[in-house]
Design a binder for this molecule. Structure first.
Ligand code: ADP
Length: 297
């Protein structure tokens, strides 16, 4: 395989549930750094899937933006596993920062991180790519502090559902699923704990209803027709006061932005572009400069 020959694989950097990640470099440039991510493909899916998967991930190679991890190459290894050659991002991820109690961060830092996330998501949507699995653990940090969206197009190997329309089994969905997840990241950065951590899909939708209110035909036309819709006890939709009370550090303008990202009806949710057009970004405090952002210890 020509592509595989372009890289030298080095030491193991880490291992997740679905992949093993190695340090590597371009054969012709020993001073370069890449991350080679070997996706564990479930044996029963292996036959034929690798080629499909390669085709599916290939278009991500064209996606070039500051806040989207660069995918240099894709190849399948001898054992039929899918290997992604990715930009090397040594700064850890947002989840590490959120969970590290020795790290202190404030409203300006959150605004900087959310800005980078929102620009990355906007760029993907502009190019007709949905991420579908945005969470702090998938937001990697470069040496210069830049936050980058990672772990794309792999949702098919581990189906993820987070936005209410996905939990209700909607077969047609849009970029609104990513905006919902962006809202959840925003909330988690503010609270430093996941806002809604359900044990199962049903538990997750119950928690969403308890927190934000119950979807009804009134506030979300068509919701009762979705495949997995379950009638739950009706909690009225939460308004501005709830978000202000729950997220005081966001300030009133930030709470308003968060609320508009958490609209249950995907059609009422702000789009990524509308997120970027919100007045929160230009409201004080200003976002922290990358070089001043808190870093992993
Ligand atoms: P997880 O979901 O647990 O983060 P991954 O399989 O995505 O699992 O990654 C495993 C580990 O490999 C990460 O915790 C991180 O330390 C490292 N890693 C992943 N991607 C990169 C990258 N692009 N650059 C540097 N290190 C990476």
């Amino acid at each position: 395989d020509d592509v595989r020959q372009k890289y030298i694989k080095g030491k193991k950097l880490g291992e997740g549930t679905y992949a093993i990640v190695y340090l590597g470099h371009f054969r012709e440039d020993p001073s370069s750094c890449v991350a080679i991510k070997k996706i564990k493909v479930n044996a029963e899916y292996k036959d034929g899937l690798t080629m499909d998967a390669i085709r599916e991930v290939k278009y991500l190679q064209e996606l070039s933006h500051q806040n989207v991890i660069a995918l240099h190459d894709v190849f399948s290894s001898k054992d039929q596993n899918l290997n992604l050659v990715l930009e090397f991002l040594p700064g850890g991820d947002l989840e590490m920062l959120i969970k590290d109690n020795d790290i202190h961060y404030g409203a300006s830092d959150i605004k900087a991180w959310m800005g980078m996330l929102a620009r990355g998501v906007w760029f993907c949507h502009e190019n007709f790519v949905l991420h579908r699995d945005i969470k702090p653990n998938n937001l990697l940090i470069a040496a210069n502090g830049e936050v980058k969206l990672a772990d794309f197009g792999l949702a098919r190997y581990h189906p993820v559902v987070s936005a209410p329309e996905l939990l209700y089994g909607a077969r047609q969905y849009s970029g609104a699923v990513d905006v919902w997840s962006m809202g959840m990241v925003f909330a988690e950065l503010l609270l430093r704990v996941p806002l809604l951590a359900g044990m199962s899909d049903l538990d997750q939708i119950t928690k969403i209803c308890e927190a934000f209110g119950t979807p009804t035909e009134d506030n979300w036309p068509g919701v009762t027709q979705l495949p997995n819709y379950v009638a739950d006890k009706t909690v009225p939709l939460q308004g501005r006061e709830f978000f202000l009370r729950q997220f005081p550090t966001a300030g009133p303008v930030g709470a308003d932005l968060l609320m508009s990202m958490c609209a249950l009806d995907p059609r009422k949710r702000r789009t990524a572009l509308q997120v970027l057009q919100h007045s929160w970004w230009t409201t004080d405090p200003q976002p922290t400069k990358n070089e001043d952002l808190p870093r992993k210890s």
